[in-house]
Design a binder for this molecule. Structure first.
Ligand SMILES: [Fe+2]
Length: 325
């Protein structure tokens, strides 16, 4: 299938005001009120990357993967129909609020609403972050990644790899089973973790500047119970990151310097554990936390280090910010 990037992320919320405060004050995204209890959060030159809809059900509502054009969307729809995946065409109202030219949606085996779309409209106005930060690393890499927890790991893995055609990057077997999949050069745009229940685990956004993640960590540390996973570095995508609790009941990972991979030469493989160092996970049960710590301790004992892939802020015009520095 011709999926090219994770394009947008939809949230249902009974606390839209909290999301506005969180998106603007904490994450530094640009909030845009769309009326009728709907809020867009911008990360770049697209009209939005996050959409919050007023709802009595709090949490992830959907995520949208982009395909190249209308023909690619029709090809994808035909392939899903052949695989007996029940498809629904996006309504005009749904496509309008998402600012896309075409959309279809379906439920994955766990019931998560997955959307495929094409033709995302750029915003009429330039992106202005809510705080003087160096913006987000998006572009053709997409908005970041989403991670799903499932109690039916095999079925979910098969669906994303075989039915949707996502490519396996690598996998872990401890302290939980996890499969990391890519659709472009970003190491993973979607991952599946095995756990006790079906739930939305986290969404990740990547900052252009290390110092912005550091300052965000300063902010998070002084808020009671904000940090859910401490600062650390992932063993597979090499992302330096920490995780925070959101008003939606799931976590957001905020990171820097994620690794890019070359699909032509990349070989899927097992990774020794989820993190090189750090990432103390408050969401894990005590046994699994001990196992995670043992894995990072073992990596330290072996002296495992990974290279940093640092890029200039890609395509982000810093000139509007410079007077503030
Ligand atoms: Fe992540």
């Amino acid at each position: 299938m011709d999926v090219v990037q994770l394009g947008y992320f939809g949230i249902g919320s009974s606390r839209v005001d909290d999301w506005r405060t969180f998106g603007r004050g904490f994450l530094g995204m640009q909030p845009v009120d769309l009326g009728a209890g709907q809020l867009a959060l911008r990360m770049d030159d697209r009209a939005h990357r996050f959409l919050v809809h007023r709802s009595s059900r709090d949490g992830m509502a959907y995520f949208g993967f982009e395909v190249a054009d209308a023909a690619a969307l029709e090809r994808a729809a035909a392939r899903l129909s052949n695989a007996d995946v029940g498809l629904t065409r996006g309504s005009t109202a749904e496509q309008d609020i998402r600012r896309v030219a075409g959309m279809v949606w379906f439920a994955d085996p766990d019931g998560n609403r997955v959307e495929l779309f094409h033709g995302a409209a750029p915003s009429e106005t330039p992106f202005v972050p809510a705080r003087p930060i160096g913006g987000f690393r998006t572009g053709t890499l997409g908005l970041g990644h989403v991670v799903l927890m499932t109690d039916d790991f095999e079925t979910m893995q098969r669906f994303y790899l075989e039915t949707l055609g996502f490519r396996l990057s690598d996998f872990v077997t401890a302290p939980f089973r996890g499969a990391f999949t890519h659709v472009n050069a970003r190491h993973h745009s979607l991952a599946i973790l095995e756990g006790p229940k079906k739930s939305f685990h986290h969404v990740m956004v990547e900052y252009n500047f290390l110092d912005d993640v550091g300052r965000l960590y300063d902010k998070a540390l002084i808020e009671p119970d904000r940090v859910s996973v401490t600062l650390g570095r992932h063993a597979n995508d090499h992302m330096l990151s920490f995780y925070s609790r959101t008003p939606g009941g799931f976590m957001i990972e905020t990171g820097w310097a994620g690794r890019l991979i070359d699909d032509a030469t990349w070989q899927p493989h097992e990774v020794y554990g989820p993190s090189i160092w750090g990432h103390e996970r408050s969401w894990l049960p005590p046994d699994a936390r001990r196992q995670a710590r043992a894995l990072t301790d073992a990596a330290a004992d072996r002296g495992v280090v990974e290279p940093l892939q640092v890029v200039d802020a890609p395509g982000f015009d810093l000139s509007p910010l410079s007077p503030r520095y």
